[in-house]
Design a protein around this ligand. Structure first.
Ligand SMILES: NC(=O)c1ccc[n+]([C@@H]2O[C@H](COP(=O)([O-])OP(=O)(O)OC[C@H]3O[C@@H](n4cnc5c(N)ncnc54)[C@H](O)[C@@H]3O)[C@@H](O)[C@H]2O)c1
Length: 258
């Protein structure tokens, strides 16, 4: 019988020091995974943050770097093999959100938005898949998308687009890699009470009023609920799933909010 234990699994995450990333790393390491964590901060600061968040640092290897660079994406994968001798799951998780109407959006910001969200996911998934194929590991790629890929949120058109593209990137990887036994899936959170949504919620009354109307279940998504979905997706209980979007959004994508 399959269980939620992650004993023996080696999992890589990009953007692991962000609000959602820390919740996910906390959950997965406590379920038995060893992890390679990538983010932008220097290592001493990263270790301090991991410790402060009760994450077992002996089960983690941290690597500073920008995963929009192919060499950095590859280095994360190489680190997993160097330190832990394998890689079972790659979480393509980094993301930023740039606010602005499409008609006013600059080309520079468009490139920044698509690079930060979609290109990083492509590079990390590609580096992980290449190594899994070479090592005959029937691993998993998991992409962090968003419910706004399904119902576009106002004033963040390029972000909505980057996540919709990520969904199709995932499905394309899933089709291409199935003959190797490698699975690809998306986790799509809703409006989470942590990270980028909470930061906006705290400073912007217009966002807050709209977000309140947009969540059919009535409360911001608890960070634990995001961790639950990743935990399931990383466990053997999801082994027969590929090409799927795990939408855990409190119903946000069910109807337009305005
Ligand atoms: N917070 C939400 O409500 C929500 C909802 C749906 C989806 N998401 C997605 O979840 C993911 C995490 O969001 P969050 O709210 O935790 O944001 P966050 O800003 O708290 O964390 C993002 C992390 O990614 C890192 N990062 C960004 N670009 C990077 C790069 N090029 N290389 C390496 N690291 C990089 C940042 O340093 C940061 O630590 C994002 O992909 C986001 O789109 C968030």
């Amino acid at each position: 019988m399959n269980t939620l234990s992650l004993d023996g699994k080696v999992i890589l995450i990009t953007g692991g020091l962000g609000a959602l990333g820390l919740g996910i790393v906390h959950r997965l390491t406590h379920a038995g995974a060893r992890m390679v964590i990538g983010d932008l901060l220097p290592a001493p600061k990263a270790k301090e943050i991991l410790k402060k968040n009760n994450i077992p640092v002996h089960a983690c290897e941290y690597l500073q770097g920008d995963v929009s660079k192919p060499s950095q994406a590859k280095e994360l994968v190489d680190t997993a093999f160097r330190k832990f001798k394998r890689l079972d799951i790659a979480l393509c998780h980094t993301g930023i959100v740039l606010v602005g109407d499409l008609v006013d959006f600059s080309e520079k910001d468009w490139d920044r938005q698509i690079t930060a969200n979609t290109k990083t996911a492509f590079l990390v998934a590609q580096a992980a898949a290449r190594r899994m194929i070479k090592s005959r590991i029937k691993g998993k790629l998991i992409f962090t998308s968003s419910w706004v890929a399904h119902a576009p949120w106002p004033s963040i058109g390029p972000y909505n687009t980057s996540k919709a593209a990520m969904n199709q990137l995932m499905r394309s990887f899933a089709r291409e890699l199935a003959p190797h036994g490698i699975r690809a899936n998306v986790v799509s959170p809703g409006i989470v009470g942590a990270g980028m949504a909470k930061r906006q919620w705290d400073i912007d009354p217009v966002y807050r009023a709209r977000a309140k109307r947009a969540i059919p279940l009535g409360i911001m998504q608890p960070l634990d609920s995001v961790a639950d979905t990743f935990h399931f997706a990383c466990s053997n209980m999801s082994d027969y799933m590929t090409g799927t979007i795990l939408l855990a959004d409190g119903g946000c994508s069910l109807y337009p909010m305005d």
